[in-house]
Design a protein around this ligand. Structure first.
Ligand code: SAJ
Length: 428
């Protein structure tokens, strides 16, 4: 199979780096996105998302003429669909995934498909989505044959190949990580593996489409369950007056124990989402996975209760003061350390809940952002502050993200009288 032109549908956090990496291998890449602003930005050689070094790779690919973005699909030899799979808007706690973007992308590329093309789904999806995508394509193109009905003789090859890159390290992980390739038939897998081998230095491991879909969900559920264990331990240890950070360090000295780190909750767009895809498909069986989600989702509330207790303690120790006199500094708003991504961040949710209590001043210390996040704009007495201002002015410090800068000043935090440390920075 000779891939001269590759089309990536969805130019977000996965699609754009993938498009840029193919283009950097001197393959013609047509990026497709419904967002005209994103398309225009990319065609100027710039990027609309935050990811280290991606700007340089996109700039080079666009100026060399290998990468071009458009809103309308064009013919290509391979199509990679990397669009979001959010929850359905009207969910009642059942967190059902919404495949409307995958359906729209399938319908959009169907008219330009030709015999010999390969279609790969990369979006995180519930088990069975690749078969569903192939059915949408087949319904739109009755003149072509597809592997679900024609097996190895089909005109079009279809596969599921999940991404597994870590935000902040996307370019490196795209190339170095092993890749799971789930073809609808063995020939589909072979075609997809050949495509990824253009840039993947890791191994391309072949399986079925359903197993590949479940594999992606399993990886993130595994992490969620393990973080939930750490978060539950932190709550148990708090009750028993044990330092959870010391406890985990000690337990991890066992050769077969490797406990993850507790935190203020689980954020981002993957770990807190993907396990629900398993739960919504098999609600009676996925008991542990559901409970892990609930444990992690309830952690921010537990932290907010700790702040309430700290305020009450402060007022008891200072009977001449009112809640309006209490200054609270929240250290970190991002969903994890050393990035500026605030989306689905438990730290942001906690800081917002604290600010909305309308106690005294709330200082937000987030070295990775320049302006006050929109959510805080209408709340009085909230402002961005430097770490130094936070430590020296606030009565209560709430450590929410273990940014390198905060770890480096752990001694200063340790000297403060009231610190709520959700990340173990005092023990670092
Ligand atoms: N977290 C903890 N304790 C830990 C580790 C993480 O509380 O010990 C929290 C983080 O602070 C953050 C959340 O979990 O709020 C998620 O962060 P993360 O670094 O675990 O994962 P993501 O969401 O950045 O990326 C994950 C990765 N999946 C796995 O590690 C199994 C990545 O490889 C996937 O490609 C990505 O999800 C995705 O796109 O699915």
């Amino acid at each position: 199979m000779n891939y001269k032109t590759i089309s990536i549908i969805g130019l977000g956090y996965i699609g754009l780096p993938t498009a840029a990496v193919f283009a950097s291998r001197k393959i013609k890449v047509i990026g497709v996105d419904i967002n005209q602003t994103a398309v225009d930005t990319i065609n100027r050689g710039q990027i609309h998302i935050v990811e280290p070094d991606l700007d340089m790779v996109v700039q080079a690919a666009v100026s060399a003429g290998y990468l071009r973005a458009t809103t309308k699909p064009e013919p290509a030899d391979a199509f990679l669909i990397a669009v979001p799979t959010p929850f359905k808007a009207d969910h009642n706690g059942d967190h059902e995934p919404d495949l409307c973007y995958i359906e729209a992308a399938s319908r959009a590329i169907a008219p330009v498909l030709k015999q010999g093309d390969l279609v790969i789904l990369e979006s995180t999806s519930p088990v069975g989505t690749t078969e569903q995508m192939a059915a949408w394509l087949a319904a739109a193109r009755p003149d072509l044959t597809f592997p679900q009905t024609h097996g190895e003789t089909s005109d079009i090859r279809v596969a599921y190949c999940p991404e597994r890159v870590l935000p902040g390290h996307v370019l490196r992980e795209l190339m170095q990580n092993d890749r799971v390739i789930g073809g609808v038939t063995p020939k589909c897998s072979e075609a997809a593996a050949q495509l990824y081998k253009i840039f993947v230095q890791g191994e391309c491991v072949i399986t079925s489409a359903r197993t590949a879909e479940m594999c992606k969900l399993t990886e993130n559920s595994f992490r969620d369950v393990n973080i939930a264990f750490a978060n539950e331990l932190s709550i148990i240890c708090d009750k028993l007056d044990i330092n959870v950070w010391e406890l985990i360090k000690l337990a991890n000295r066992h050769p077969r124990v490797n406990i993850l780190q507790p935190g203020p909750g689980v954020g981002g767009h993957c770990i807190a989402v993907d396990p629900w895809f398993i739960v919504s498909q098999t609600p009676d069986q996925a008991r542990l996975i559901r409970t892990a989600r609930e444990v992690n989702d309830s952690k921010p509330e537990w932290v907010i209760d700790k702040v309430k207790l700290a305020v009450a303690d402060y007022l008891q120790a200072n009977p001449n003061k009112t809640a309006k006199d209490v200054t609270i500094a929240c250290f970190g708003l991002a969903f994890k350390p050393d990035i500026d991504d605030l989306r689905e961040s438990p730290a942001l949710a906690i800081a917002l809940a604290v600010a909305q209590k309308n106690w005294g001043r709330v200082l937000l210390v987030e070295p990775h952002i320049l302006g006050l996040p929109q959510a805080f704009e209408d709340i009085p007495n909230v402002g961005l502050a430097t770490a130094e201002e936070g430590v020296t002015t606030a009565n209560i410090l709430v450590l929410l993200v273990d940014h390198r800068e905060f770890i480096d000043m752990s001694q200063k935090f340790a000297e403060h009288v009231c610190v709520i440390d959700t990340r173990g920075i005092l023990n670092s």
